[in-house]
Design a protein around this ligand. Structure first.
Ligand SMILES: O=c1[nH]c(=O)c2[nH]c(=O)[nH]c2[nH]1
Length: 300
């Protein structure tokens, strides 16, 4: 049977790179997990086994570490841009590079110069920051995001007025807990001019703040409505972002029946279920813009 080669890509996944920048006794940490994925004129290695076009995955790993020294790590996005540009412009057979980065945040233990050492850190238990940079020699795409940002509203959430059929048992809730672990991605409209690049770190901080403010300040009629407000607030306030997608598990908190113990449960004691969970997912777009973030965020 004749066969043909379909989509293919290769590279070194999950290069763990930690960069310490020493400013006298005050040190700074960048802790990244960098995955390189290259594609292009790679038919021969699959068909005949010729490696003539193959830059070894080992080399792509080495490049990540060398670039941490040569360019430093200003932000995950900037680091990804250096790497993507390098692979596409230095290797003729490579036509497209996709760099995915997870960033783990560290917090100082104490303040440098007062009660801190300047070199002691505790890993932040909150979200993981994400960045993906794709370059094909012409077009850039930068998508940033986060995962595992766990948030809760202990009131100002209800869920009523939904469809009821013969299988519906859910009681309407006028005052419930709304909790989720945010997985979000946002796509920049940056076209590749370094002089017009956003301040990636500041953009991340602001976007995260808008997302959290919208979660906190929305009187929620459903998680779907809260999701839309979170996305719309980002699009409204951040000109550099055209598209936001969220995947929000609805972490259900069920009131426990305390009656068997002769106790009243006045919206105080809940069972936090871990599964199953409602899964609410949607994209919010700037009007006139195209949706390009994949529907399934585990694919990004
Ligand atoms: O915010 C919610 N949206 C739903 O679609 C839904 N479905 C459900 O059972 N509970 C909830 N909550």
């Amino acid at each position: 049977m004749p066969t043909i080669l379909g989509q293919n890509q290769y590279g070194k996944a999950e290069n763990r790179v930690v960069k310490i920048t020493r400013d006298g006794a005050t040190h700074h940490i960048k802790d990244l997990n960098v995955s390189v994925s290259l594609s292009g004129d790679m038919d021969e290695v699959h068909h005949s086994g010729s490696n003539a076009h193959v830059l070894p995955t080992d080399t792509t790993k080495n490049t990540v570490y060398a670039f941490a020294k040569e360019y430093g790590i200003e932000s995950a996005e900037q680091f990804g841009i250096h790497l993507a540009r390098h692979f596409v412009t230095s290797q003729e057979p490579i036509h497209r590079a996709r760099i995915r980065i997870e960033e783990y945040a560290w917090e100082r233990i104490g303040a440098p110069g007062s009660d801190g050492t300047g070199h002691s850190f505790v890993r932040k238990g909150q979200e993981t920051r994400l960045a993906q940079v794709t370059y094909d020699g012409e077009r850039w795409e930068v998508v940033s995001g986060l995962k595992d940002l766990t948030v809760m509203n202990s009131t100002d959430s209800e869920f009523r007025g939904y469809v009821k059929d013969k299988y519906t048992t859910l009681e309407e809730a006028g005052d419930r807990i709304l909790a989720t672990s945010v997985s979000g991605r946002w796509r920049f409209n940056w076209a590749g001019d370094e002089r017009q690049a956003p301040d990636w770190d500041e953009s991340y901080r602001q976007t995260r703040t808008h997302m959290l403010r919208a979660f906190a300040e929305t009187y929620s009629l459903s998680l779907q409505q809260t999701l839309y407000r979170m996305g719309a607030r980002i699009i409204d306030h951040r000109d550099e972002i055209d598209e936001v997608r969220f995947s929000l598990p609805n972490s259900h908190h069920f009131l426990v029946d305390l009656e068997p113990f002769g106790l009243e449960n006045d919206n105080e004691v809940y069972f936090a279920a871990d599964r199953p969970y409602g899964l609410i997912e949607a994209t919010v777009l700037r009007d006139g813009c195209e949706a390009r973030i994949p529907v399934d965020l585990t694919n990004l």
